[in-house]
Design a protein around this ligand. Structure first.
Ligand SMILES: Cc1ncc(COP(=O)(O)O)c(C=O)c1O
Length: 325
């Protein structure tokens, strides 16, 4: 992965090499941070970079920060402005990925959420596929359970909770699978290691509700709308039992990183025909048109980087350079 050349850090765009934190940083030691992952899609015909649903991503980012007791001096529009300025400074003219991060930057020993100072950074860099095998993923049901909302807020993107994802992903890959399907504490299907989960059964699209310890995914929401409104397939949000997976006609993971990846086998059993099915194929085609700004009715989700003139916000985030930390 190519490293970025710049970062939005402490309220302004600086060379990437200057966006540094100390080994004592609270979030590095205790996982007290939250993040977002946002994709930018290059549209060659229009010579424009479209950021997909940045306001919705930043809304969830601020909600995750709120769950961590952070008050950030930014609105979703401010952060979108900062991201757009950063992408322009990076001269990004290809598909890319942005990583906003809010973290307790104090150099302090002592696990807590109070009396700490949040900081915000954003980086953006060229990015392609997250999963090599996105047309035919072989998944396994993980022996790890998804973090429960009474342990770490499951609906937020809290950095510390990704240790749970990392266990599931590494064990799945070391066992020869591409990805893990993680069950929640009740034994219902929650999601992938960093993706939401859907299956198609008896002509309807099913996904776990947001009260089943899943991340409130932006791609998930996008898909629920597209599948219902454009493909005309009924969508149902309800708990899913693991034995519904081998009985499914189609299944897929979705998320900003993975986009839409067809799951064609789970624990050596084929899903449906064992190949990507017609609903997933149609949905992928539609999704990639939508995110690249090619569907007029969904153009409002696509934020143009070069046509947009939103200035970078002047406000500082977190401690200033001279504060004790
Ligand atoms: C645990 C988890 N679930 C689901 C998702 C999908 O969310 P989104 O579509 O907002 O990227 C992600 C990735 O961001 C994730 O990390």
């Amino acid at each position: 992965m190519a490293l970025p050349r710049h970062a939005f850090f402490r309220g302004r765009i600086v060379p990437y090499s200057e966006a540094k934190v100390s080994v004592l940083t609270h979030a590095l030691n205790y996982g007290t941070g939250c993040f977002a992952g946002i994709r930018g899609y290059w549209n060659a015909e229009e010579q424009e970079l479209f950021v997909f649903r940045p306001l919705d991503h930043f809304r969830r980012f601020l909600e995750s920060a709120k769950l961590l007791d952070m008050t950030l001096p930014y609105t979703p529009a401010d952060l979108t402005g900062a991201l757009v300025s950063l992408m322009r400074t990076e001269l990004l003219r290809e598909d890319c990925y942005a990583r906003p991060l809010a973290f307790y930057g104090d150099e302090a020993i002592g696990v807590r959420l109070h009396n700490l100072t949040p900081e915000v950074s954003i980086v953006a860099m060229p990015y392609g596929r997250y999963m090599e095998n996105e047309e035919g993923v072989h998944a396994t049901i993980s022996s790890w359970r998804r973090v429960d909302d009474n342990m770490i807020p499951a609906r937020g993107k809290i950095t510390g909770s990704y240790v749970n994802s990392a266990f599931a992903k590494t064990d799945a890959q070391r066992a020869g699978f591409d990805e893990a399907i993680v069950l929640n504490h009740d034994g219902h299907v929650a999601e992938g290691s960093a993706e939401n989960f859907f299956l198609v059964r008896n002509g309807a699209l099913l996904t776990p509700p947001v009260t089943d310890n899943v991340l409130e995914g932006i791609t998930r929401r996008t898909i629920l709308e597209l599948v219902h409104d454009v493909l005309g397939v009924p969508v149902v949000e309800r708990s899913i039992d693991r034995t519904e997976i081998p009985l499914a006609d189609e299944a897929f993971f979705c998320g900003t990183g993975v986009q839409i990846a067809a799951i064609t086998r789970v624990d050596h059993r084929p899903i449906g025909s064992g190949r990507m099915g017609p609903i997933v194929a149609a949905l992928r085609e539609l999704f990639f048109d939508v995110v690249r700004g090619k569907r007029a009715e969904y153009r409002g989700w696509c934020h143009a980087v070069y046509a947009d003139a939103t200035p970078i916000p002047a406000r500082e985030s977190g401690r200033s350079a001279g504060s004790p930390g």
